[in-house]
Design a protein around this ligand. Structure first.
Ligand SMILES: [Mn+2]
Length: 194
């Protein structure tokens, strides 16, 4: 089983996170930020992975530390679960429509970190979640998982739809990238490692 469990405690957040790439259950997300729980649940379900997240964060400040730190720990856990990445597809791309919105994720589990984020929000908040934290989350995820991550909203209006399409597309693209491909022998790189 490709899985990892991380506990991280700082003065700002206390996080317990478990991920399993080879099981779809359980999915249990409790960050204290309702909209973020909704996004992480979609990410896990559409990524067909088990994800448990429990956060005790400094929400009396705002949701920034909670969202960014979950991105950091999720990235670290996924990287650990992937191990040497032998036999995986490595790349994944997904387009996800949500009514009037069309979002896209294209990613490479290359061992190098990069984020391209091409999405503009017109509403500063969704519940107690600041929409600018969508980019903060994916930045932390990309850098700690050491992946090249491109996110784009091709068109759309509704901010809930835009965010949701990016989390769903990233789950689906990640599933494609982590899937073991029997045609791939060893690591899918001419360099010999990822
Ligand atoms: Mn929704």
């Amino acid at each position: 089983m490709r899985q990892a469990s991380i506990e991280r405690n700082t003065a700002e957040t206390k996080i317990k996170l478990k991920v399993n790439l080879d099981s779809q259950e359980p999915v249990d997300i409790q960050t204290g930020v309702g909209f973020f729980d909704h996004m992480l649940t979609l990410f896990a379900r559409h990524g067909r992975l088990s994800l448990e997240v429990a956060v005790d964060g400094d929400l009396w400040v705002d949701s920034h530390h909670t969202v960014e730190d979950v991105g950091i720990v999720l990235g670290q856990a996924l990287r650990e679960a992937l191990g040497d990445k032998a036999g995986i597809n490595r790349y994944g791309t997904s387009f996800v429509p949500m009514d009037e919105t069309l979002g896209m994720t294209s990613l490479d589990l290359s061992g190098r970190s990069y984020l391209v984020f091409d999405c503009e929000f017109t509403n500063p908040r969704l519940g107690n979640f600041d929409t600018e934290l969508v980019e903060e989350f994916f930045q932390a995820l990309a850098f700690n998982l050491q992946m090249n991550l491109h996110l784009k909203i091709l068109h759309g209006k509704n901010n809930h739809h835009k965010s949701e399409s990016l989390f769903k597309a990233t789950g689906r693209a990640l599933r494609e990238a982590v899937t073991i491909n029997p045609e791939i022998h060893g690591v899918n790189s001419t360099k010999g490692m990822l």
